[in-house]
Design a protein. Structure first.
Length: 309
């Protein structure tokens, strides 16, 4: 693995953002081209989320996503991103069973090129075990998709003083356990702001208002490549899906209409080589022979050259 670039975003830079009040920008990516685009756009961090289950694999939830699937996505993203801080999302049941399993699987993410792993829920013991092993952890509170059934579905969290206090206590315990970052999902602005101010580590939001230390949004939601639903907190910056579909429709029409490929898309063959080809009696080339005789300077790839059996 090559050395990090001098412009590589590190935990030191992300901590400095919190101290100075500069907002950090996080986005998801799941493959090589997405990572390249996000990295060139100058985002601070890329999360290889288990949301790939829905955005990329067509699952209804994140639950079916496996470690092997996540590692494949992480390796691709690591090849595409040079500067962004990389976070690998630990999928369902990759850490819940034991500290040993959590540490072992967290290590696989680091080998795959990640800088940090993300763990859902108030898993204080697991976070401590991973952090004690030398691996950075982003904790994830508020709406946690792995336990959405226990929460009664995809519901906003921290809407009451009591529930917000619970999240704050969990956040403080996770910080004490050694987590380096916290992600708050689907929470009202005010309790999310209070938690961000209480913690010394960076606190990011995905649907948690504008008073946290930075924002995470799923790439496919940002650019119009996910159609199942649109969360309230998402702003769609373009309709890439419509643009891609329109391009494919134009391609289809040009192929069927004979406009593509055009001459500028052809490969040429030298005239003397074409003559040799035309002189080979084992090929059916009568149409091509007539065409070549009509255009003595014509140099093109044979179009009707199928060997006789």
């Amino acid at each position: 693995m090559p050395a990090d670039s001098k412009s590589k975003t590190t935990i030191l830079k992300l901590r400095r953002h919190k101290r100075t009040g500069e907002k950090s920008v996080l986005v998801t990516a799941y493959d090589y081209p997405q990572a390249m685009i996000a990295d060139k756009a100058g985002v601070d961090a890329i999360l290889v989320g288990d949301s790939c289950g829905m955005t990329t694999h067509g699952f209804k939830t994140t639950i079916p996503v496996t470690m092997d699937m996540m590692i494949t996505h992480c390796e691709a993203v690591a090849r595409g991103a040079n500067d962004a801080f990389l976070i690998g999302d630990m999928p369902y049941m990759s850490y819940q069973e034991s500290d040993e399993l959590a540490v072992r699987n967290a290590g696989r993410f680091i080998v795959a090129g990640m800088d940090c792993v993300k763990v859902e829920g108030a898993m204080v013991d697991r976070v401590k075990a991973i952090a004690d092993s030398g691996i950075m952890v982003m904790s994830h509170l508020g709406l946690t998709p792995h336990t959405r059934a226990k929460m009664g579905g995809y519901r906003v969290q921290g809407k009451t003083a009591k529930s917000a206090e619970v999240v704050l206590k969990q956040a403080l315990a996770l910080q004490e356990a050694g987590c380096s970052f916290l992600l708050l999902e689907a929470m009202p602005t005010e309790p999310a702001e209070m938690i961000a101010k209480e913690l010394s580590i960076p606190v990011y939001g995905i649907g948690a208002g504008d008073k946290v230390d930075g924002q995470l949004v799923i790439l496919h939601d940002l650019v119009g490549l996910f159609w199942e639903f649109k969360s309230k907190f998402v702003k769609r910056y373009c309709e890439a899906g419509q643009l891609i579909q329109s391009s494919l429709e134009q391609y289809r029409d040009e192929v069927k209409g004979g406009q593509f490929p055009a001459e500028e898309n052809f490969y040429a063959i030298k005239e003397e080589e074409l003559e040799k080809l035309l002189g080979d009696s084992s090929w059916k080339y009568e149409d091509l022979r007539v065409e070549n005789q009509a255009k003595p300077n014509h140099s093109a790839t044979p179009r009707t050259t199928k060997r006789e059996k």
